[in-house]
Write a protein that binds this ligand. Structure first.
Ligand code: CTP
Ligand code: MG
Length: 591
């Protein structure tokens, strides 16, 4: 759980993988001597991830300094030479058509902090500003470096009128923002404040050819203006009304939603696939992970001999990259003890066995013990009796076997999200698990479909978790050719994924649902208002715990950030000369 909150860990191992060329230089293993292999022979795991017997000989461990280095990307060798740049060549980060413009400098008195970054606004900005300054701010610092010219042009197109101020006064709102942080603190915001407002016009989902780049840039700016009219993806439905720009705005969003993919998109498929291959964990990496789990199992079995150990998350669902952590669930009888008490005891046991950085996190929705292994550099989250996670791990693993484009898409999206800083649940963005569900649902919705809906098919597998039946069709070997009719390449799908989340998804009305293989309405889920910390601004239904919205962590600021990032990614893939480089450019928090 929450592995996304940690810095990417890596177990890339000597000998180094051949990644010296092109943009794959993102990932260059540091050459380090191989440490001695451990002498103990701990127990081992066999499918389906149960602790049953002693392990095979353990391979060498990586030292922490052997993690992969991220180096600045360069143009891939396989790309043709770039054509001469056409003026105006939009830089990636500011006055580009795909970055929401910040039309005005910060409001008077608004703090400008170094490294304010996109999240700083939660404390400094949007929530506590007057309606006017909310209207004029892009929020979060992501687009804070707009050129004044673009700002002025944008300003002319808008007329903002504050018509109502709901809920607390600005001062209260500020306090709410501060108390909220990005965790589970008590919040004082109102339900109404956290709902998305109706958009002037919904996307039709239809595609048409013919928008040239200039039109598209204009449309994007219009759309940005419109989104600010509509609260930038969700804020203050009745506070602000943009009078003059509604029609332009709707046209803009429509225009963007109707853009077709660039005709040469497939030329980027080889590069994206090479990146995907480089992200896959090596065999050595996997065996080191297993070694960590074996040591853990040994420690646990001393205290709880009947405990069963399950791997879950990306180390067991096939979506694990070379940066993924290890997620472990202990299934055990805890009698009258609470989960928290058992976790605190577990933390003591692990400390006594010299695991590093052991920490019990007991206030989370799913309490865990976190620890790391300094030998391998891996980190590990351990939870107790969270069998929903074990069930959804199997579901994801089964989906992954149906069409290889799911793994490819999800690896690239996860990699993008980590580098762009939008895979941090503690800051209000999305978990890796949520991104994988988004990918599955996206492929379920393609025409022709690339993935089926396993939970809507005959139930060949069932697991009862706390009275909930987790059932679906798991004979996926029968579905090998399910998506064969759809010939879309990974480059096309990646673009379409970002474009879908930037321009097609109806954030106001829809919940994505892998369970139904479609989208369902917020109304149907009763996710129309904020309840406690669950804002339901961006809704992703958990396939088995159907009352759980994986987008619950997304707030008014981070939904804006996410949408900006989806827009940026779609535009980079659409227009950039070097999309494979620019797409994965690490987000620069300093500027
Ligand atoms: N999980 C869950 N409910 C959540 C978040 C996570 O059930 N709200 C479970 C899922 O089984 C998921 C696992 O916890 O697969 C790990 O979640 P996460 O760390 O987000 O995903 P990973 O796939 O492990 O991603 P990473 O490679 O980044 O570690
Ligand atoms: Mg994980």
């Amino acid at each position: 759980m929450a592995s996304d909150a940690r810095a990417a860990e890596d177990g890339g191992a000597p000998p180094p993988r051949p990644v010296a060329d092109g943009f794959l230089r993102f990932l260059i293993p540091a050459p380090k001597p191989r440490p001695a292999a451990p002498t103990t022979a701990p127990a081992r795991l066999v499918p389906p991830h149960r602790l049953v017997a002693p392990p095979p000989a353990a391979p060498a461990l990586l030292r922490p300094e052997e993690r992969l280095h991220i180096v600045p990307p360069t143009r891939p060798d396989w790309l043709p030479p770039p054509p001469p740049r056409q003026p105006p060549a939009p830089p990636l980060r500011s006055p580009s058509p795909w970055v929401r413009p910040r039309p005005f400098p910060p409001a008077f008195g608004e703090p400008r902090t170094r490294n304010a970054g996109r999240f700083a606004g939660q404390v400094n900005g949007a929530r506590g500003r007057s309606p006017a300054s909310v209207a004029h701010s892009s929020g979060g610092g992501r687009s804070g470096s707009q050129k004044p010219k673009a700002a002025a042009a944008h300003k002319e197109k808008k007329a903002w009128v504050a018509v109502e101020k709901k809920g607390e006064d600005a001062g209260d709102d500020d306090r709410a923002a501060v108390s909220e942080g990005y965790s589970c603190g008590d919040e004082t915001g109102t339900e109404a404040e956290d709902q998305l407002e109706p958009e002037g016009e919904q996307d039709t989902g239809g595609h048409r050819r013919g928008l040239d780049r200039e039109d598209d840039a204009k449309n994007s700016l219009d759309m940005a203006a419109n989104q600010e009219c509509s609260g930038g993806g969700g804020e203050r439905p009745s506070e602000l009304v943009c009078q003059s720009n509604q029609a332009t705005h709707s046209r803009g969003r429509m225009g963007r939603s109707q853009v077709e993919c660039r005709p040469d998109i497939d030329t980027f498929t080889p590069g994206l696939l090479a990146l995907y291959e480089s992200l896959k964990p090596s065999e050595e990496h996997k065996s080191k992970q297993k070694q960590l789990v074996d040591s853990l199992a040994k420690s646990v079995s001393k205290e709880w001999p009947n405990a069963q150990l399950h791997l879950y998350g990306s180390c067991a669902n096939s979506f694990g990259t070379s940066h993924s952590d290890v997620d472990v669930c202990l299934e055990m009888e805890i009698g009258t003890a609470s989960t928290v008490e058992v976790l605190l005891r577990l933390a003591d046991v692990l400390r006594a066995d010299n695991f590093d950085n052991v920490e019990a996190i007991t206030s989370a929705r799913v309490p865990i013990v976190k620890m790391s292994d300094s030998g391998s550099g891996f980190s590990c989250d351990i939870c107790i009796n969270n069998l929903f996670a074990v069930a959804n791990t199997k579901l994801l693993k089964d989906y992954a076997q149906i069409d290889q484009r799911l793994l490819q898409l999800a690896f690239l999206v996860k990699h993008w999200a980590k580098l762009r800083g939008v895979n941090e649940t503690y800051r209000g963005t999305l978990s890796s698990y949520a991104y994988v569900l988004m990918c599955i649902n996206f492929l379920q919705l393609r025409e022709p479909k690339i993935l089926p809906c396993l939970q809507a098919m005959e139930q060949t597998y069932t697991m009862n978790v706390d009275g909930t039946e987790c059932a679906y069709f798991d004979e996926v070997h029968q579905l090998q050719y399910f998506g064969a009719e759809n010939k879309e390449s990974i480059a096309e799908l990646l673009w379409a994924f970002f474009h879908f989340w930037a321009f097609h998804h109806d954030y106001r009305r829809d919940v994505i649902s892998v369970r139904t293989g479609s989208t369902i309405s917020k109304q149907e889920k009763n996710w129309t208002t904020r309840v406690g910390n669950d804002r339901h601004l961006m809704c992703i239904e958990d396939p088995f715990e159907t009352g759980h919205d994986l987008g619950r962590v997304v707030d008014r600021q981070t939904i804006r950030i996410l949408r900006e990032e989806f827009e940026r990614a779609a535009a980079v893939l659409q227009y950039n000369d070097d999309p494979c480089v620019a797409l994965f450019e690490p987000y620069d928090y300093e500027n």
